[in-house]
Design a protein around this ligand. Structure first.
Ligand code: FMN
Length: 162
């Protein structure tokens, strides 16, 4: 065994499941962020947690409205999914940037992403600060699925999805 950096450990322990999180802010523009640091945190009730950096536009949106969509993109959405992980949505309509179609949510304001294998509507229940990220723990209030044979996406380091 040898000692390595945290950054290298994240790259060589890839692939990690990659999700897209939709939010909406004061500007009323829906944003999409690619997230690798997320987890299911409760079975009953179903809950999920996402780590969002303080510098992200998504962070501002979540502080404005504690609701988000958590979507599992599929292989045919790879190009747009990588854009969501590399381009900030500040002042942009990320649905246009990523070439994704919106699906109107039932219980939250942010839209979901059409074609996602699974999409959750989530409402923030608790926030925890860790270093340079805030961990948003949320209740899953609605669950959608798109019938597809495509597989979901995983991140390989920070610039490749498989
Ligand atoms: C594979 C991958 C995983 C990422 N995981 C996270 C994450 O867990 N949390 C986070 O805040 N940013 C993460 N990012 C970075 C954001 O997706 C990126 O900075 C995005 O452009 C921020 O958009 P926003 O400013 O519109 O919120 C990740 C990027 C990639 C490529």
């Amino acid at each position: 065994m040898e000692k390595i950096s945290f950054n290298k450990s994240l790259v060589i322990s890839s692939p990690h499941p990659y999700v897209l999180v939709t939010t909406i802010g004061r500007d009323n523009l829906p944003d999409i962020i690619g997230i690798g640091w997320w987890s299911f945190v409760s079975w009953d009730p179903p809950m999920v947690g996402i780590a969002v950096g303080y510098k992200r536009h998504t962070f501002k949106n979540l502080e404005f409205l504690g609701e988000f969509g958590l979507c599992f993109p599929t292989e045919n959405m790879k190009e747009g999914a990588l854009k969501a992980g590399t381009i900030s949505g500040e002042g942009k309509d990320m649905f246009k940037v990523c070439n994704f179609k919106k699906v109107v949510s039932e219980f939250i304001k942010p839209p979901l992403i059409h074609g996602s294998k699974v999409a959750y509507e989530c409402k923030v229940a608790e926030k925890l600060d860790f270093g340079d990220h805030r961990f948003y723990i949320a209740k899953i209030v609605n669950i959608w699925s798109h019938d597809s044979k495509e597989s979901i996406l995983f991140s390989m380091g920070y610039n490749k999805l498989i």
